[in-house]
Write a protein that binds this ligand. Structure first.
Ligand code: PYC
Length: 333
């Protein structure tokens, strides 16, 4: 057995969505903040993300997180979020997976009934409150970055779909929120490809015609996800399919998407502080969201979201790269 490198991983899933937590082998990434580390990683070491996320070590909906020493004194770990489509500023299901792994491997001092872990994420400091019983991480409540509604009642011209109405909100990433019934597609598994095609076309049209920009960080400026809201959804319980580039659905209810959706519902006057919000994924798994309070994001009114979900460790692994491997960056089909 030969290898140029060895990456240590603890694999997990959060309500169905994988998080491959890279616990060793990468070294300390250069950069004064996690956002800067993310930018340099994308420019200089993106092949590592591709190796760990794409086939044959990963798959077309793979997601993960690389643990780092924090860049700030008030955090326990730094986290770089990686997935098949790139490096996100923030990832909710990934944070729930990371916190579960940190507790269950003993990589943080474990306190029952609650272990508090502060994570230095590219989008800002987030806190994971892990409910622990007999050493087991029962659930994680993520106190996410401040979120806000960017715009309501926008319209975009989407080739093949005409004029499409959408709202757009930020919860660590930007999310366009679209009524699936406006697209004439039934919320059925068998329509998955039609939903993906529509979601990605809408995303491309928004990024081309009506680009977004975070009021405090101009480098967060892309709509990366489309929340296709199922008919019958309410401000208390919303079902959706989340379309993501290059063409996959989030299997979890999406933590940053849950935060963005709560910001949108709050801006519409439909969800108040401390009211529970159930967000349900395409596979039927659930997160419970709550607005912990109001705040501002730059000069925009915003919310402080929390998201509660569960994760499970699925295995441990060492990922290697033989010098003769013809796919040192993996591949996609
Ligand atoms: O949970 O925030 C999330 C997320 C983003 C992309 C996939 N999951």
């Amino acid at each position: 057995m030969r290898s140029q490198v060895v990456y240590h991983a603890v694999d997990s899933h959060t309500e169905g969505m994988p998080t491959r937590v890279i616990t060793g082998g990468v070294g300390v990434l250069p950069g004064a903040t996690m956002f800067e580390r993310r930018q340099r990683f994308v420019a200089e070491r993106d092949g590592l993300r591709e190796l760990l996320m794409r086939e044959p070590r990963g798959h077309s909906a793979m997601s993960g997180a690389i643990l780092q020493p924090p860049t700030r004194d008030d955090a326990d770990y730094g986290v770089l979020y990686i997935e098949v489509s790139g490096c996100l500023p923030m990832c909710g299901h990934g944070t729930i997976g990371v916190a579960t792994v940190l507790v269950e491997t003993g990589m943080v001092p474990v306190v029952e009934p609650e272990t508090v872990i502060r994570l230095d994420a590219p989008a800002g400091l987030v806190t994971a409150r892990v409910a622990v019983k007999d050493g087991h991480a029962e659930s994680v409540t993520l106190e996410n970055v401040s979120s806000y509604c960017h715009a309501l009642d926008e319209v975009v011209d989407v080739p093949g779909y005409g004029q499409v109405r959408y709202d757009i909100a930020y919860g660590g990433n930007f999310y366009a929120i679209v009524h699936l019934e406006d697209l004439g597609i039934d919320f059925q598994r068998r329509n998955g490809q039609r939903m993906l095609d529509a979601g990605l076309a809408i995303m491309d049209a928004i990024n081309a015609q009506n680009p977004v920009r975070h009021p405090e960080n101009p480098d967060i400026n892309v709509c990366h996800h489309v929340y296709l809201e199922a008919p019958g959804s309410t401000a208390q319980h919303s079902r959706h399919a989340m379309a993501i580039h290059p063409g996959w659905f989030d299997r979890s209810p999406c933590g940053t998407g849950t935060s963005a959706r709560m910001a949108q519902l709050h801006a519409r006057g439909l969800l108040g502080v401390d009211e529970p919000f159930v967000n349900e994924s395409f596979i039927g798994s659930r997160f419970i969201g709550r607005i912990a309070g109001e705040t501002t994001v730059g000069d925009r009114p915003g919310i402080r979201p929390t998201v509660t979900g569960r994760a499970w460790v699925t295995g441990t692994a060492q990922y290697m790269l033989d010098p003769s491997d013809p796919f040192p960056r993996g591949f996609t089909i």
